[in-house]
Design a protein around this ligand. Structure first.
Ligand code: A3P
Length: 341
């Protein structure tokens, strides 16, 4: 099994040798950092330093370094399944659900590693874990890998190898409000967390971790229309409404369909209930555990309300209308919209 603890050291270890390819590749961590130092920057969200603009998306420098490294070295296997998302769109939930589906013949709800590790430490995040730990997929390992990278910036081997991608997106007003709350809970050192209004302005301009939001969603949406057999596009709101249906669909898509017998024995329902916000957020590991030994993020930061439409408690009518207009303008002509939540 392929369980990894992410480490967010500020630098790649100089001696890191993640794969044989690296020995023939002239790029070093220093090369990446040199490139990153020349990128356009914004100090907006005040979460993990400046956001930098790389390949048309904004990201903290450690994420870009990881992305560059993954683009140069990640050797995707045809059996890999990528779990992709814009941050705060349901990544934690998707990780727990897919992990439970894929490992259900090994574990049940009383033995699953989710109990001891939490969703984020049960499967790796490409742009952090692969880069930091020098991991590479091994035959027989858990096929699930998560990523927040935009579709166009995923390592080329992911498409070339024909592996599958499950993408979860979330209505942008809720995604924004969730991101604002999340960022405020991160340790900020001497800096003050930013106000909702400041964050809103940046988000609308596209400046947010892995933003612009609309480009992220659109990249995967278009790809899912072109290659529906390889890319499953899910919406958080649909999943909340009909979790059972979408979990079955996801399992089938991933190549781990539920048998009739499993369905009759309540296996799908049991996974859905285990991965529900109420259950997951009340597990001890998610109440008091840390994302990783050196990462200053507590697991509980990934669980807030888990509701659809919570934006109504934070955004003014003008703000909501403004965000809706941008969404309609950017996504409407591609026939992508969200329920009025
Ligand atoms: P809110 O801040 O709106 O509550 P991500 O996992 O991509 O970081 O997204 C975090 C959002 O998903 C948070 O939204 C969090 O509460 C919600 N979430 C976490 N676990 C969930 C679950 N099991 N079911 C539904 N939503 C969940």
């Amino acid at each position: 099994m392929y369980f990894l603890i992410a480490e967010m050291e500020s630098q790649l270890p100089a001696t890191s040798k993640p794969s044989n390819e690296e020995e023939t590749c002239p790029k070093t961590p220093e090369t990446y950092r040199k490139i990153i130092s020349t990128l356009p920057r914004e100090d907006g969200w005040k979460a993990h330093g400046d956001l930098c603009l790389y390949q048309n998306f904004w990201c903290y420098s450690y994420g870009i370094e990881g992305a560059m490294f993954a683009q140069d070295h990640y050797n995707a296997q045809p059996t890999d399944i990528f779990l992709c998302s814009f941050p705060k769109s349901g990544t934690t939930w998707l990780k727990a659900l897919t992990f439970s589906v894929v490992t259900r013949t090994h574990f049940d709800n009383s033995t699953t590693p989710l109990l001891l590790k939490g969703p984020h430490n049960c499967l790796p995040l490409l742009e952090i874990d692969f880069c930091r730990k020098g991991i590479k997929p091994e035959p027989g390992s858990l096929p699930l890998v998560a990523s927040h990278l935009p579709y166009a910036s995923l390592p080329k081997s992911i498409n070339d190898s024909g592996c599958k991608i499950v993408y979860i997106c979330r209505e942008p007003k809720d995604a924004f409000v969730s991101m604002w709350h999340y960022t405020r809970k991160l340790p900020h050192g001497v800096q003050e967390p930013m106000s909702l209004e400041e964050a809103f302005e940046l988000f609308c301009k596209g400046v947010s971790d892995f933003g612009p939001y609309w480009d992220h969603v659109l990249g995967f949406w278009k790809a899912s229309l072109e290659r529906p057999e390889k890319i499953l596009f899910l919406k958080y709101e649909d999943m909340m409404r009909e979790t059972l249906l979408y979990v079955k669909r996801m399992a089938e898509f991933m190549g781990f369909p539920f048998s009739l017998e499993e369905e009759n024995k309540g296996k799908v329902r049991s996974i859905v209930e285990f991965c529900s916000f109420e259950n997951l957020s009340n597990l001890e590991i998610n109440k008091s555990g840390k994302y990783a030994p050196h990462i200053p993020v507590e697991n509980k930061t990934f669980f807030r309300k888990g509701k659809v439409g919570d934006w109504k408690n934070y955004l003014t009518r003008e703000m909501a209308e403004h965000l809706d207009e941008i969404t309609e303008q950017k996504l409407g002509r591609f026939d992508l919209s969200f329920d009025d939540v």
